[in-house]
Design a protein around this ligand. Structure first.
Ligand SMILES: Cc1cc2nc3c(=O)[nH]c(=O)nc-3n(C[C@H](O)[C@H](O)[C@H](O)COP(=O)(O)OP(=O)(O)OC[C@H]3O[C@@H](n4cnc5c(N)ncnc54)[C@H](O)[C@@H]3O)c2cc1C
Length: 384
């Protein structure tokens, strides 16, 4: 059972878009999710379908082939997808993140040349910041990019890369200088670059349908025209992309929590103990009330951050708050869903077990929730 969440949408076009997404989510994603997740298969075919209907370039300008939708609309699309299949929603969010650098910091010529293909639906992107030795401390990255005439030679290992080995382009942060942050630059690396390869997929607890792998750069030669921004802009570019990406993760968390909640409510209405539906017991209905309230609060928080972004206001703190709150909420709601299903929640006959495993990763990716607190605390103590 899926609740039709009543959406706040600014235009008829957006309402139609959400209707289309809901149909694809219900008819194509939800029925396939459990099987692909159990088999650990990356659903490239599903991303082609989403690309064909324009879902891989939603917030980007129409002149480059995007759908030019406000972030409030784009995020509600991500939420709908996540309520059917988290790996796909997170994949769309990461793809969108991987195009952020070029769309926002590339020259007009670079955008005209590269962006239409990246957001047009055919190609899939990856965002490469983390390394084996630099996770939360992203500025400690050591992958090198050494200039040699009209090109750069990239060497190093990027870790935990969503779509590693299945992406068509890689947005890579690499070191061009020694300064911790100002020594980092951003490159757009196509998949057919000699010297670029991927390690084996990570054997993950959940989201096994989303491929995560190391990306290995072994003297990979990249044209200088694929440097985004100036040398040294990479850290700023990476952090700006993450602010937007964190809102995508927030929407993923709300969608996943909504799915777990819907399942728990349906189960509580049909499962009988002591001569009653378990939903009749206050101990269960109070849990359901708390789940409903926290999902709605998280939805409001990501929409507030998105409205600020759409209005051109600063939203970094709000994005961190939304990511922190929504993903902690999702862990709590999916845990409660397992509890409401009792023993049935602990086996794979129902998706509650999978939702619970999937929720955990959202507290880790795109800055752990400790890092979100660092961002919020820093901005609270010394506002910029
Ligand atoms: C499934 C998956 C997909 C991912 N996809 C991508 C991707 O596409 N691209 C990409 O670049 N990265 C990706 N990542 C990497 C992810 O962003 C990192 O895992 C994350 O930033 C944490 O880094 P780490 O794993 O090295 O943990 P660490 O940084 O080693 O942290 C370990 C623990 O210490 C805590 N900690 C660290 N520093 C502090 C501090 N100062 N104060 C308090 N606590 C602290 C952390 O919160 C955490 O609990 C992905 C990870 C996973 C699991």
């Amino acid at each position: 059972m899926h609740t039709n969440v009543e959406r706040e949408l600014p235009t008829q076009e957006a309402a139609e878009l959400l209707g289309l997404v809901r149909r694809i989510a219900r008819e194509q994603l939800a029925p396939a999710a459990s099987r692909y997740e159990a088999d650990g298969v990356f659903p490239r075919d599903i991303f082609r379908t989403l690309g064909d209907v324009g879902l891989l370039g939603l917030p980007y300008p129409a002149e480059f082939g995007g759908a030019e939708q406000p972030f409030t609309v784009y995020l509600q699309v991500i939420e709908e997808l996540a309520s059917a299949w988290l790996s796909v929603a997170l994949g769309v969010s990461v793809h969108t993140l991987s195009a952020h650098a070029l769309a926002n910091f590339g020259s007009t010529e670079q955008r005209q040349r590269f962006l239409p293909a990246m957001i047009g639906g055919e190609l899939l992107g990856a965002y490469c910041l983390s390394e084996p030795g630099s996770g939360s401390d992203a500025a400690a990255l050591v992958t090198r990019a050494d200039r040699n005439g009209d090109s750069y030679r990239l060497s190093g290992t990027k870790a935990w890369i969503t779509h590693g080995g299945v992406a068509d382009f890689y947005t890579v942060m690499a070191r061009t200088g020694e300064h911790r942050t100002k020594g980092i630059s951003c490159f757009l690396v196509p998949v057919d670059t000699a010297g670029l390869s991927a390690g084996p997929p990570e054997n993950k607890m959940g989201m096994r349908g989303s491929t995560t792998a190391q990306v290995l750069l072994d003297d990979a030669v990249v044209d200088a025209e694929r440097l985004i921004g100036d040398e040294g802009d990479g850290f700023t570019i990476a952090m700006a992309a993450l602010d937007a990406g964190r809102l995508g993760i927030s929407a993923c968390a709300v969608g996943l929590a909504q799915a777990a909640y819907d399942e728990a409510v349906a189960y509580a209405q049909t499962r009988r103990q002591f001569g009653h539906a378990i939903a009749d017991f206050q101990g269960i209905s109070f849990m359901i009330a708390d789940m409903a309230t926290s999902i709605e609060a998280a939805r409001s928080l990501y929409l507030t951050a998105a409205r600020r972004k759409d209005a051109g206001l600063g939203y970094s703190t709000h994005a961190a708050m939304a990511k922190l709150f929504a993903t902690d909420m999702c862990m709590s709601v999916t845990t409660d869903a397992v509890q409401i299903l009792g023993g049935a929640g602990y086996v794979q006959d129902f998706p509650a077990e999978r939702y619970f495993r999937e929720a955990k990763v959202l507290q880790i990716v795109e800055g752990t929730n400790q890092v979100q607190r660092l961002v919020i605390g820093r901005n609270a103590i010394s506002p910029t």
